[in-house]
Ligand binder design. Structure first.
Ligand code: ZN
Length: 375
């Protein structure tokens, strides 16, 4: 789809900048105008991980004038095979800080804004409002739906990418010109069918392939160069080195981007929307604790386990009290109840007991305290 530039050319470039970008300014379709549009553009990248690393490096090197990075995580050794923004000396440091240092070293003419927060319904619209285009470099469905919804509500293009083992996909969702993510994926996949990078694995170099497809679409949208791939899923198979495209349509009944949307604001809880309604992730639990939300957290393990390690604020009620129903008198009816055990098996059994007895405002921690300790 041929579109006019998303961003108009901004202030003229200095002699140093003209030298720096001379190899792309010389391309006729790109030219000085394209470079000035990039300088004037504000791009937000959610996630500074496998997709975020090459995305951010190419955005900075190409001369995107303002780059925002949202990521609450720190650099871990297991990141380094694919998260090429970081090196050994960055381990343990906040990703956004390490990223900013590296990007400014790559190109001192770009401004880098950092957001060391978890993106959620309380902050997404405010952060997105400052930017022209959003790049999704995350690996979970809850964040994808959140990014999509915020991008649709603010009428901003959303460049999506996904990697899994040897398979890569990218797309630009832009409800003003074509489908949004919800048009293509109206409902999230069943949580038990979803594996993340840590579980499924990902070929490091594939991240660069997909990220470069994403940045390419972003640059084309910003400058108006070429055909922006709105309404297409771009698919890459690293094993046979083949690209293909699938056409995707706008859904006239889409809850958020159709003419008469049923959803006109963000959902309160995207984890809940994407997860089994009976489960909560360790990340979401941590976020609830940080926000001081009012709920009761119950550890259903045995006392010896509780004494060794526990989640702050949790209360011990071992599983046997659930099975003989003596727990029922201790539970509040007016508060959300979250149960956890070591890995999520005992807590699921206890949850079933209390839900059968009328405590329906209850969930259990997916992966138990083991998942919590990996945060
Ligand atoms: Zn839609």
């Amino acid at each position: 789809m041929k579109l006019s530039p998303l961003v108009n050319p901004g202030p003229t470039l200095s002699a140093d900048e003209l030298r720096r970008y001379s190899r792309q300014i010389v391309i006729p379709q790109f030219g000085l105008q394209g470079q000035e549009s990039l300088k004037n553009a504000k791009v937000l990248c959610i996630g500074a991980g496998g997709l975020g690393s090459p995305t951010l490096m190419y955005c900075a090197a190409a001369g995107v004038g303002t780059i925002g990075i949202v990521d609450f995580d720190s650099v871990d050794e297991s990141n380094l095979h694919r998260q090429i923004l970081f090196g050994q000396s960055d381990i343990g440091n906040l990703k956004v800080e390490a990223a900013r240092t590296k990007l400014i070293e790559t190109n001192p003419y770009v401004q880098v804004n950092t957001y060391p927060v978890r993106l959620d319904a309380s902050n997404a619209l405010q952060i997105f409002a400052e930017y022209d285009l959003i790049i999704d470099a995350t690996d979970n469905f809850a964040t994808r739906y959140l990014i999509n919804d915020a991008a649709v509500l603010l009428d901003k293009p959303y460049v999506w990418g996904s990697v899994n083992r040897f398979d890569g996909q990218a797309a630009i969702f832009w409800s003003a010109h074509g489908p949004c993510y919800r048009c293509v994926h109206p409902t999230p996949p069943a949580p038990e069918s979803v594996q993340n990078c840590a579980e499924a694995g990902v070929l490091g170099v594939l991240c660069a392939t997909v990220a470069s497809m994403q940045v390419n679409e972003a640059i084309k949208a910003i400058t108006g160069m070429g055909e922006v791939q709105v309404g297409q899923l771009i698919i890459y198979d690293a094993l046979d080195a083949g690209y293909s495209k699938i056409e995707v349509q706008k859904n006239p009944q889409c809850p958020i981007c159709s003419e008469n949307p049923t959803q006109t604001s963000l959902l309160d809880d995207y984890e809940l929307f994407c997860g089994s309604i009976n489960e909560i992730s360790a990340e979401a639990l941590q976020s609830k604790i940080e926000k001081g939300e009012d709920f009761i957290l119950i550890d259903v393990r045995e006392i010896e386990e509780f004494e060794q390690s526990r989640i702050p604020g949790s209360k011990l009620i071992p599983k046997s009290f659930f099975l003989d129903l003596t727990v029922l008198t201790e539970l509040p009816h007016d508060k959300e109840i979250i149960l956890h055990c070591r890995s999520g098996i005992r807590s699921a059994q206890c949850l079933e007991v209390i839900q059968r007895n009328g405590f329906t405002n209850s969930r259990h921690l997916r992966g138990g305290i083991l998942a919590w300790e990996k945060l």
